[in-house]
Design a protein around this ligand. Sequence first.
Ligand code: GN1
Ligand code: MG
Length: 382
Amino acid sequence: MQSDIHTQALVSEAAALVEGVADQFAIEGQYVAGEEVNSGHINSTFLVTFELESGERRRYILQRINENVFKDPLAVMRNVECVTSHINWKVLRKKRGLGGQTLSLYPHKTGRFYGSGEGGGIWRCYNYLEGCKTYDVVENARQAYEAGRAFGAFQNLVSDLPPGEIVETIPDFHNTRKRFDALMGAVEEDRHGRVASVQSELDFVRGSEGIVDRLLELVDRGLLPLRITHNDTKINNVLFDQETDEAVCVIDLDTVMPGLSLYDFGDLVRTATNPAAEDERDLTKVKLRVRIFESLVEGYLASAGQVLTEEEVLQMAFSGRLISLELGMRFLTDHLNGDEYFRIAREGQNLDRARTQLCLARQIEESEEEMKHYALKVANAR
Ligand code: GN1
Ligand code: MG
């Protein structure tokens, strides 16, 4: 389950494209190799190696932003620049304890932190943090604590950024009412004739309609604050130190936008508590591990506890259920629409993903009260 980084060789056309783009960034040395990174459902990601005159090799991450998903990639870049600069400044000047290493963007020859590639697209280049690894599945409570602490620290680090600096690059990204309505629209259209085969999934979603407005209503009533949040807090967006297994930093900042801390915590619950792959076909493997949830709470509150309100703590358990339902709805919508949003490697993959998410949402519902009390207990003990 654990990996340094999974890559695959590039075919010659892609190799030439990647080399051409890499050469336009202010990277020291000569380009020597490029590989594709197999993770993430949205952007195209490459690991590139440069060699210095001394023979030392250094690696970088080159990414092309998916413009089908991010309609305004320059706005994405402005958000990412703002957040990386702010965090770098803070880690250097004030809060060394919150993580020694951070992501940095490299300048492009145009003087910006991005450039366009042959054939279009907006590309950017990050440092590759050596000595780190990611997990698709959390193996133990300590890793969960570390992941919680890392995303809590992120929340803490960006908590004083002026909200006006960060724009909403994907409108209503976590709006669960709109996600519900989009699914119902896809059912109505049934463009690929797939609705008949997903009735039990749809029954579950319809039966859950009562919860899709819950956080939105709390926002309307002024009980939940809008913050700057990460919005894509899957467990494999945390880098762990290969030797100590401590969390080093969080990556994938494209969806940093105004949002709710609960969307971040909920997505962490969704991806960390379940020991099965997101696209697992054997649903008996999908499990809510309550012990992992508890460690996520402990880690998250340890680093973000002082910025969170009581209502945010009260909804931590619910947020895991809601975000699992949300992703269930998103994957199911995409399956019905013919897989146009999430990249797939096999037919039916988005349906499999939807099923695991709905299965997890159901299990969280069963343990929600117990989980809620645990979060309150940890918060009150602080
Ligand atoms: C997408 O590409 P990746 O893995 O970083 C998606 C997230 C989903 C996730 C599900 C911009 O993230 O919202 O939670 O897949 N990103 C976008 O695995 O839609
Ligand atoms: Mg992402």
